[in-house]
Design a protein around this ligand. Structure first.
Ligand code: FPP
Length: 217
């Protein structure tokens, strides 16, 4: 089961507490840890997190720098634990605009965790769904899978907005969508479990009819 999450609401979480937005991102990194820890026991084998969209470069440079530093620290600090716990870490999105030190941390984390079988954790950084689709179309057939990942079963967006913001556009063709007002830094294992309970009550028909196995009548 593939769950994808648009982690929104860090800034508002911080502002409501009278804190700088960057503190919201720090708290958001803790929510990432909690969510990754909870995922395997809930039957999730692939988890894709939207950490930084290609449009997020428009944000103030302090915020961008803080986010990049948080990603680097996360990859450095968590990759050993991920390797121990059977979590395979991948970063999706463009790499050419990332700083050399972050690129090195991405490479190291990916190779250190390459054998993980329990959970595939994909972190989207400098990611654009439209770019991923156009890259896949321009690539030789053997490479197309690098830009396009597995189909999403459940797409969650925290923070109250109801849009896809250029995330996994192709892969979400038949995803179930779940929007919650909870700000990302408040999200945790119980919220993920509740989202999966909701998902399991949905009737996924993939364009067919309930109860038919797809055989033409
Ligand atoms: C959206 O909230 C969130 C982001 C653009 C950044 C997400 C980053 C993290 C959760 C931090 C760490 C991530 C990892 C993978 C270690 P927003 O800032 O747009 O919130 P707002 O809508 O309230 O302003």
């Amino acid at each position: 089961m593939h769950v994808a999450i648009i982690m929104d609401g860090n800034g508002r979480w911080a502002t409501r507490r009278g804190l700088p937005r960057t503190e919201g991102h720090r708290a958001g990194a803790e929510a990432v840890r909690r969510t990754v820890e909870a995922a395997p026991a809930l039957g999730i084998d692939t988890l894709t997190l939207y950490a930084f969209s290609s449009d997020n470069w428009k944000r103030p440079s302090l915020e961008v720098r803080t986010l990049m530093e948080l990603f680097r620290l996360y990859l450095q600090k968590e990759s050993e634990r991920c390797a121990r716990e059977g979590v395979k870490l991948s970063v999706i999105g463009r790499r050419d605009r990332l700083e050399t030190s972050l690129r090195a941390s991405v490479d190291a984390a990916e190779s250190r965790t390459a054998n993980g079988k329990k959970l595939w954790l994909r972190i989207a950084v400098d990611y654009s769904g439209r770019d991923a689709i156009s890259t896949a179309f321009k690539s030789p057939a053997s490479d197309a899978g690098a830009a396009i990942g597995p189909d999403v079963d459940l797409l969650i967006r925290t923070g109250g907005e109801r849009r896809l913001s250029d995330f996994l556009l192709w892969e979400s063709a038949y995803a179930e969508l779940l929007f919650t007002d909870t700000f990302w830094p408040d999200f945790g294992g119980a919220d993920l479990a509740a989202a999966l309970t909701d998902f399991r009550q949905r009737d996924r028909r993939f364009g067919g009819l309930t109860g038919l196995s797809g055989v033409a009548a």
